[in-house]
Write a protein that binds this ligand. Structure first.
Ligand code: FE2
Ligand code: FE2
Length: 462
């Protein structure tokens, strides 16, 4: 029987030093297409770190990367000051760095312009953050970026940097994986449970993320099989700014679970408390980023503010489809390339803004539950996208929205059949229908809270 042990998992804090310039037209232009609240990061982190500091039960904080906006040296100094604050309050902070933590070119925003500011080279990072993982590591990988920490006498953490080649390959090289396997075996030989962290998700957090290159490690399937077969069964990740719990079973029959956590500073703004209970089961809780002081939040709560910022990114696009084709086309390869689609894009954009679910039912001759008939298609579309990031997607079988989508997709089957033939390898209309339905409803609902039964039960109860 072991004592309960818990840690906070906070990720993608993306701190930006306001002295570098975080207001004015140039800032606003980029801010509108970002789910993160960058100018606000200082206020958000300070408020949340104060709450973490005041918590006397959980004294370990783990951060799997993206500490700053885009490699600014001044932002790193601001992060170090805030980590020192946690340390002064008795917290042990362990972190890895990721791709937003270094850059050849870093910028601030002044008036109409982006201005160059001092950047950070990747090699500097383990030195800057040596007090947060490296100094008391029990093993450091030879490139200096990955390490192993002893968290309790029975629990270790394998901190895996996944910068890869710092370009197209985001992942773990064979030698790094061989080192990881050795460390997993060593932990088990020493009677310890070991879990891992890495920045990029090991597993795609939604079916749609399987199609997006940047949504998980390159070679994720091989890497997941390798780590699962090496005896690793739990990994915490970030980067996607989404809440998800995903499982994968290797051909060898070994299961690994990836828990991806939202960014502290953008919708869905959450962090986690992870508790190893006395019986070795692992309790996963999610905590929404709380209130913070900011000059122009309007009357919004923190949660409303984060959601407003997220939704604006998408509604801007829908509005542009309808009313500002140039803006829209420039997001997708330029006016020249997109101009042949102008008429259908404008038509769909205007429809999304004007039509509700009832209109859709009438156009395609299916019955719609009265409780949802007045919902604007635009709002439903935005909600679908937002829900993929928030996780625990609510529209499962039996809900009126599921029913609408089911009927709509049945009507669209001839179109889906044609689309399916165009996809590499060819897929059926039913496959595409199931795929879309899987995006709106998650039967498992474990993205926010879960109790895991892992091999920790074996190691912690010995
Ligand atoms: Fe990030
Ligand atoms: Fe990232």
């Amino acid at each position: 029987m072991s004592q309960p042990f818990s840690f906070f998992l906070v990720t993608d804090i993306h701190y930006f030093e306001p002295a570098l310039g975080a207001e004015g037209p140039a800032y606003e232009r980029r801010s509108r297409v970002d789910q993160k609240c960058i100018a606000e990061t200082g206020a958000i982190i300070d408020a949340e770190f104060a709450r973490i500091a005041a918590d006397t039960e959980t004294n370990t904080v783990i951060i799997p990367g993206d500490l700053v906006f885009d490699g600014e040296k001044a932002s790193h100094l601001g992060v170090l000051k805030r980590l020192q604050y946690l340390k002064d309050h008795g917290k042990r902070v362990l972190l890895i760095t990721a791709r937003h933590d270094y850059n050849d070119y870093s910028r601030g925003f002044v008036g109409e312009e982006q201005v160059e500011v001092e950047h950070t080279n990747r090699e500097e990072l383990p030195g800057l953050y040596h007090a947060y993982g490296w100094d008391d590591a029990i093993n450091v990988y030879r490139d200096g970026f990955s390490y192993v920490s002893q968290l309790t006498d029975k629990i270790r953490m394998l901190a895996l940097n996944c910068d890869g080649d710092t370009k197209d390959f985001k992942g773990l090289y064979p030698e790094q994986l061989a080192w990881a396997k050795e460390q997993i075996k060593k932990a088990h030989d020493d009677g310890c449970y070991i879990f891992a962290i890495t920045h990029y998700p090991l597993l795609p957090g939604s079916n749609i993320m399987k199609l997006i290159g940047d949504a998980k490690l390159t070679d994720w399937e091989q890497t997941a099989d390798f780590l699962a077969d090496a005896g690793l069964d739990l990994i915490f990740t970030g980067h996607m700014h989404m809440q998800s719990l995903t499982e994968h079973v290797s051909p060898g029959g070994n299961k690994i679970t990836d828990i991806c956590t939202g960014s502290l500073v953008g919708c869905p703004a959450y962090y986690r408390r992870v508790t190893f209970m006395e019986d070795g089961r692992i309790d996963i809780q999610s905590i929404p980023t709380g209130e913070f002081a900011w000059k122009d939040k309007g009357d919004r709560t923190a949660a409303e503010y984060f959601q407003w910022r997220f939704d604006r990114m998408i509604t801007d696009l829908v509005d542009a489809m309808a009313d500002d084709f140039e803006f829209f086309a420039n997001k997708f390869g330029g006016v020249e390339k997109m101009k042949k689609f102008k008429a259908p894009i404008t038509f769909v954009g205007k429809g999304l803004k004007k039509w509700n679910i009832g209109t859709l039912g009438r156009l395609l001759c299916f019955k719609v539950d009265p409780s949802v008939k007045d919902r604007l298609l635009k709002d439903v579309g935005v909600e679908f996208v937002r829900n993929i990031f928030i996780g625990d997607e609510p529209y499962v079988k039996g809900t009126p929205i599921y029913d609408v989508m089911d009927k709509l997709l049945n009507r669209l089957k001839p179109v889906l059949a044609i689309a399916g033939k165009k996809i590499k390898g060819g897929v059926s209309a039913d496959y595409l229908k199931d795929f879309v339905l899987s995006l709106i409803g998650d039967e498992n609902r474990r993205d926010h809270t879960a109790v895991l039964e892992t091999s920790a039960m074996q190691y912690l109860t010995k």
